[in-house]
Design a protein around this ligand. Structure first.
Ligand code: 5AD
Length: 367
């Protein structure tokens, strides 16, 4: 325990330090790390939570990631794309509720029609919500030109998870071809920075064959590329995917959950000013997952605004929560739980990454 305290009090952490911290035992040692992260959170980004209304725009996907339920080869998924009206309904709901921000997520699609579709939606949302929402895209790997076009049409942030920074492991969970290239993903993160986005990435935690050294590398990677936002969460198996064959190798659910919290906590400690999301995957493994994620250092939650009839078709993994809750219900329950844990929901605020503002502006706006 003394060693954990000594490590926590260091001002910067090596990979070895992070491995030691990730190796802490459940119970008191883990609690020490989580408490430290909450202290860091309180002193930096504050005990605040920002909301991003999540719109799962389309589950059409041309990729075949071995872990993901909506992979192209999964023929049992009924594919959908929301109409402009459906999207506008979600966006206006978010705006009226005081969410500062939206996340638009899709399966991987490329091409001029898709580019134009996203561009049109971005402009329409801004026009109809008085330019008061900030918009995050999570629409996969695209060219620099496409990233720039969407940026000009009003997307502020972009999420693109690297999934794991261990290249060998990466190719165990993705086909080894151009469409799923590890190098292209890294390049995409650089393009996003160049196009002027607040850039987010993330990893899955507890993948078959993943080690604590890999997770420590992931944390070092976020720091080395000076990332602005991170969304990461436990890997959850899905029966209709190739990776399900390795389900017997997985850490038990409680352990994957604990590692999910520890990763958030260590990230908050090592990158105090970035935005960190409490992922839906955390909530899937533990009914208090979101609250625990926030108390471990997360400051962003993404209530799902996708029309209820489409949610079943956006199952990246099994047992995804809130399949039948409509947006109003999940917003109300969310504000209750966030208040209960002593945090404040910041409504009508964009909730930009302070890390990004510190990097790009001389006088960051304190939010
Ligand atoms: N378990 C956990 N997270 C998953 N994702 C996709 N499939 C799974 C799964 N089975 C995550 C990936 C992706 C994000 C949109 O969802 O990290 O980037």
């Amino acid at each position: 325990m003394n060693e954990i305290n000594l490590l926590l009090n260091k001002s910067s952490h090596t990979k070895d330090d992070l491995i030691k911290l990730l190796s802490c035992s459940p119970g008191t040692e883990t609690e020490l790390i989580l408490q430290k992260a909450l202290e860091v959170k309180a002193n930096t980004v504050g005990r605040k939570v920002y909301l991003r209304g999540l719109i799962e725009l389309s589950n059409v996907c041309s990729n075949n990631c071995y872990y993901c339920g909506i992979r192209a080869a999964n023929k049992s998924v009924e594919r959908y794309t929301l109409t402009d009206e459906e999207v506008m309904h979600c966006a206006i709901f978010a705006w009226r509720q005081g969410f500062g921000s939206l996340v638009i997520q899709t399966g991987e699609q490329r091409g001029p029609r898709f580019t134009a579709y996203i561009e049109r939606l971005l402009r329409k949302i801004h026009e109809q919500t008085n330019h008061e929402l900030s918009i995050t895209l999570s629409c996969g790997e695209q060219s620099l030109e496409v990233y720039k076009r969407w940026r000009s049409a009003g997307a502020h942030r972009y999420l693109f998870r690297i999934e794991t920074t261990n290249k060998e492991l990466y190719y165990k969970i993705h086909p080894h071809n151009r469409r799923h290239s590890f190098e292209n993903r890294l390049q995409a993160l650089r393009y996003l920075r160049e196009a002027g986005y607040q850039v987010g990435t993330g990893v899955m935690i507890g993948l078959p064959g993943q080690s604590l050294s890999d997770l420590a590398d992931d944390l070092m990677f976020f720091r080395s590329i000076d990332i602005d936002m991170v969304g990461m969460g436990p890997y959850i198996e899905h029966e209709e995917t190739p990776l399900f064959a390795y389900a017997h190798q997985l850490w038990p659910v409680e352990e994957r959950f604990r590692m999910g919290l520890l990763m958030i906590a260590l990230l908050r400690i090592t990158m105090p000013y970035i935005n960190i999301a409490a992922s839906t995957a955390l909530e899937t493994l533990d009914i208090y997952g979101r609250q625990k994620g926030i108390l471990a250092g997360a400051n962003v939650v993404m209530p799902n605004l996708t029309p209820v009839q489409n949610r079943k078709q956006y199952q990246l993994y099994h047992n995804k929560p809130n399949l039948d809750k409509d947006a109003t219900l999940s917003t109300v329950s969310l504000s209750v739980i966030i208040k209960e844990i002593g945090e404040t929901i910041c409504l009508f605020k964009p909730g930009d990454s302070l890390h990004f503002l510190n990097r790009t502006q001389r006088d960051p706006i304190q939010q």
